[in-house]
Design a binder for this molecule. Sequence first.
Ligand SMILES: *Cc1c(COP(=O)(O)O)cnc(C)c1O
Length: 365
Amino acid sequence: MDQFERLSQLPLRDDLRGQHPYGAPQLDVPILLNVNENTFGVPLDAKEAILKAVADELDGLNRYPDREFTELRRALAAYLGHGMTQENIWAGNGSNEVLQQLLQAFGGPGRTAMGFPPTYSMYPLLASGTGTGYVAGIRSEDYGLSADSAAEQVRAHAPNVIFLCSPNNPTGTALGLDVIEAVYAAGEASQAIVIVDEAYAEFSHAGTPSALSLLPGRPRLVVSRTMSKAFALAGARLGYLAAAPEVTDAVRLVRLPYHLSAITQATAVAALRNSDSLLANVEAIKVQRDRIVAELIDMGLSPASSDSNFVFFGGLSDPQSVWEQLLAEGVLIRDVGIAGHLRVTAGTEAETTAFLSGLRAILAK
Ligand SMILES: *Cc1c(COP(=O)(O)O)cnc(C)c1O
């Protein structure tokens, strides 16, 4: 009996039978450009500040941490600006946990969440884990989403929770605020919670507005952010949301007590105090991102315009073979399962060069 058969003999929930866990491959390869991490790592001064902050927590580690992580919420509000205060902020162990808590509070059996694929692959998995139905909306042929189309689909499906990913993963493109406003208005009838996932907001081109500016007067709107990408802290697991204070009260009903460890809180607060240093590489990453787009066009491929730290590109006759050949060269990128396309994270200049020259050589064969 193999492991899968043994699993199927357990009294698993019916709706989990036959499902597979989320799993971008974690391979031991020199150049990792597959899960949109900040490949520059944590700068020395930020590392020292985090180390000291964590050391200072050790004396109190026999006690439960501040359940309300008040200092962290204050620091996150100050970072976001837009008139946010600690009352508007909630955080979890990665934004995935925050999204899960939102579904626990606003989704669940008999309710539905809606997303617009291709989009973040965790949305349907989080829906399934919380017993929430999932409706896949549609995008235009070029993967765009207009305000009219999105609003019409929301009115047709009347979901309880709507995921708008901006900049969208895997395509990289940001949504106009008009789309978010239209979806919010269309969700009025079903009283939908509208979650704008801005995991990559810090990488957007100058002048790209954040949905944070739409929060006043919109109690069903939630903006989700993370320290996993621009802040180079994917390993620390800290994601957060900004919303009306009553949304954070709703999430308090489902969160586990003391879900954010003292170590996590100290790490995140120290990181936010050193945000200038941690975010210093964002501009360099944006330069590599724009370089990838330009060079892919030069290779005759068709990259989507990107406001994120990755590029989604089409025009490949056999993406799986390209993916495998790059891997053989020590460069891991992402096959997101969309015909003719692959996705690559913008890394350091050297990593980006390795990807681009590897790809050029493969295409020249
Ligand atoms: C990477 C990513 C996240 C971040 O997840 P964390 O749990 O905060 O690491 C959230 N949303 C999208 C669209 C992402 O690509």
